[in-house]
Design a protein around this ligand. Structure first.
Ligand code: ASP
Length: 471
């Protein structure tokens, strides 16, 4: 027999309704029935049915696999429920499962059939979408009564990535899964909180922009100022996750938890790390201890502060660390535990608001650097330059000359270190005299985020130095 994968659309609640309707009439649970039904259709077409199709395709089935006539026949043979009603009830179950990120079985277990019939009686005359939404709203409220509200904001990245095979961890497309698909992969989220998803963007995070940052921070601030969210989780690509986290750390005005997470393996991979990271992030977002600790990053069972965390590996699920100061805590066996609290200013104590951000460039120091690029930054209109210097932010003599000239022209110069885990403190008297600013323990990319926000307020060197000591 020919073995072939049949394309199965994900969001087809209608079709789920039909399958359900058949299953119900025959007294089977929906999944067992759907599996059998699909198998019979594959076999009838002379194709080999591999249960992995079902696993991969679950929870949706292709519309053309369902035979309308068969459905009517079954309906006539059985239970006094009209075909229309059975179909609607099936649709409701599926809508309910999808909107609350439950599996079909969980939806089936949670809502007794008679309850669904009552919904049909009440809403059956309305449009399907209205009825489905109404029903999901009521049931969500009941199920999650007393549970905290968490909004998951999707931005793309590997956590929403799709690869051609389960063995691929590279060569995938980032940001392919939509937020509902991501949530549907983690039905356990419903045990933690009343979770709903929103999409901010669907990008590979290497392409992060100011515009998205501004939109994201506005969205987080709005959600946290309302009763809609007790905490926010942001699913993000890992490449610039640390920069977005630090930007939010400085621009979110709330004590409520904001937690970023991502994945190193695409959603389609064997042992994908995204689902557990998402669940852990939600656990941290509802944890009382997380409140007031600034923006957090949860990856691989560790809780990091946005200020210190950085991506330390290009592959592997243990890709994040806080090299200078260590993580704040862990999520071992599902329980967030904090050991430390950030002491630098953040969120509600931050003086920064997200506004239009001036250009700041980062230059990477190296042996033989002649300062030509520092001149180029000034010509390109940079209002600030972060120099990722050697060791304790050391700057080669020729570059120092170029940077002194830049500072004379009003460009703010921050000395950071290219060494991961480096601290740049005040070093040479000539650096101080030129008005260079030490980045403290901030990495060059974090120093750039802070400098941009600071420069939107002031370009006074004394003020900038204060800011780098306080944040
Ligand atoms: N390139 C991906 C991104 O940052 C990497 C990831 O998410 O792990 O969007």
């Amino acid at each position: 027999m020919e073995s072939e994968r049949i394309e199965i659309p994900y969001e087809d609640c209608n079709n789920q309704g039909r399958i359900f309707s058949l299953a119900n009439r025959l007294g089977h649970d929906m999944n067992t029935y759907a599996r059998r039904y699909m198998k019979s259709k594959f076999v009838a077409q002379g194709k080999d049915f591999d249960y992995s199709y079902y696993q991969i395709a679950s929870p949706s089935y292709s519309l053309d696999l369902v035979d309308e006539a068969e459905l009517h026949e079954e309906g006539a043979r059985t239970d006094g429920i009209s075909n229309d009603e059975a179909y609607w009830i099936g649709f409701f179950y599926k809508y309910f499962a999808l909107s609350l990120s439950l599996t079909n079985e969980q939806a089936w277990e949670k809502i007794p059939f008679d309850r669904m019939r009552a919904f049909y009686a009440e809403y059956g005359a309305a449009s399907k979408e209205t009825a489905g939404e109404e029903m999901a709203k009521i049931l969500r409220k009941e199920m999650t009564a007393g549970k905290p509200h968490v909004v998951i904001l999707a931005t793309g990245g590997t956590i929403a990535g799709s690869a051609p095979s389960a063995a691929s961890v590279i060569g995938y497309r980032a940001g392919v899964l939509n937020v509902d698909e991501m949530l549907a992969a983690v039905p356990e989220l419903a045990d933690v909180a009343d979770v709903r998803g929103e999409t901010i963007c669907a990008i590979d995070s290497k392409d992060m922009t100011d515009e998205i940052w501004l939109r994201l921070t506005a969205c987080v601030n709005e959600l946290l100022a309302s009763d809609d969210a007790d905490g926010v989780v942001i699913a993000h690509g890992t490449d610039t996750l640390e920069e977005t986290a630090y930007f939010l750390q400085l621009t979110v005005k709330s004590d409520r938890p904001v937690v970023l997470t991502g994945a190193m393996r695409p959603a389609t991979a064997l042992s994908a790390d995204g689902p557990m990271n998402l669940l852990d992030a939600a656990r941290v977002a509802v944890s009382k201890e997380a409140a007031g600790k600034g923006v957090l990053v949860v990856m691989n069972g560790e809780i990091h502060s946005a200020r210190e965390v950085t991506k330390t590996r290009t592959l592997g699920v243990d890709a994040f660390g806080s090299p200078v100061l260590g993580c704040l805590g862990t999520v071992d066996a599902g329980v967030p535990v904090f050991y430390r609290t950030p002491s630098r200013r953040h969120t509600t104590q931050s003086e920064f608001t997200a506004a239009s951000l001036p250009r700041v460039d980062i230059l990477y120091g190296h042996a033989g650097d002649d300062g030509a690029l520092a001149d180029a930054c000034v010509r390109a209109g940079a209002k600030g330059i972060v120099y990722a210097g050697m060791g304790n932010g050391s700057i080669p003599a020729d570059v120092e000359k170029a940077l002194i000239n830049a500072a004379k022209e009003g460009v703010a110069v921050v000395r950071a270190s290219r060494g991961m885990g480096g601290t740049a403190v005040s070093a040479e008297p000539s650096y101080d005299a030129a008005g260079f600013i030490a980045s403290d323990t901030l990495s060059p990319q974090k120093a750039r985020v802070l400098l941009r926000l600071a420069l939107a307020k002031t370009n006074d060197v004394k003020e900038l130095r204060r800011i780098f000591q306080e944040y």
